[in-house]
Design a protein around this ligand. Sequence first.
Ligand SMILES: CC(C)(COP(=O)(O)OP(=O)(O)OC[C@H]1O[C@@H](n2cnc3c(N)ncnc32)[C@H](O)[C@@H]1OP(=O)(O)O)[C@@H](O)C(=O)NCCC(=O)NCCS
Length: 151
Amino acid sequence: MANTIFEVRPPQTPAEWESYFNLRFDVLRAAWGQPKGSETDSDDNSSTHAAIIVPDVGCVAAGRLHALKDRPGVAQIRYMAVHPAYQGKGLGAKVVAYLEVQAKAQGFDLITLNARETAVPFYLKCGYSIISEGPLVWGVIPHKICTKPIL
Ligand SMILES: CC(C)(COP(=O)(O)OP(=O)(O)OC[C@H]1O[C@@H](n2cnc3c(N)ncnc32)[C@H](O)[C@@H]1OP(=O)(O)O)[C@@H](O)C(=O)NCCC(=O)NCCS
C-alpha cells in the first residue's frame, strides 16, 4: 500500500461500478441493517461520482456530488465512504477535494452535506463549517448540516 498511487476518478467498467456501490453498502448501510439497494438513489444517474480503485482490490474510497434541484448553485456531497483498512490515510480528503473541483467546474458556489457526527471532525479538517443540527437517520445516527463555499 505504501507505494500505491491513489487516483480519484469515476468508476468506469461494470466491475468498478459494482465495487463502488458495494463499498457504499458495506461502509454506510450493512452495519445498520439496511437492505441491499439502499446504497443507491434516483440521483445516481445524474451525479458526479468519485472513486479510488486499487488494482486487484477494488474500490477503497467513494463519494458523490449532486445538484440540489430546489437550491440553484448548491450541490450536495453524499455517500462518502472509505474502506476501514484504508481510513486515516488521506483518501477521504482526496475524494472531497476532487468533488469540490468538479463542483467549481460545474458552476456551483456552495456544497452542503449531512455529516454523521462521527465524521464531523473529518469535514472540519476539509474546511466545512457546521450550520445546524441535521436529521437523526434511522433513529440512531445523529447528523450535522455542514457547508463550504466553493470559491
Ligand atoms: C469519514 C471518512 C470518509 C474519512 O475518510 P478518511 O480517508 O478516513 O479520512 P482522511 O484520512 O482523508 O482524513 C483527513 C483529515 O481528517 C481527519 N479525520 C478523519 N476522520 C476523523 C475522525 N473521525 N476524527 C478526527 N479526525 C478525523 C484526519 O486525521 C485527517 O487530518 P489531517 O489532515 O490533519 O491528517 C471515513 O473515515 C469513513 O468512511 N468513515 C465511515 C463512514 C462515514 O462516516 N462516512 C461519512 C458519512 S457522512
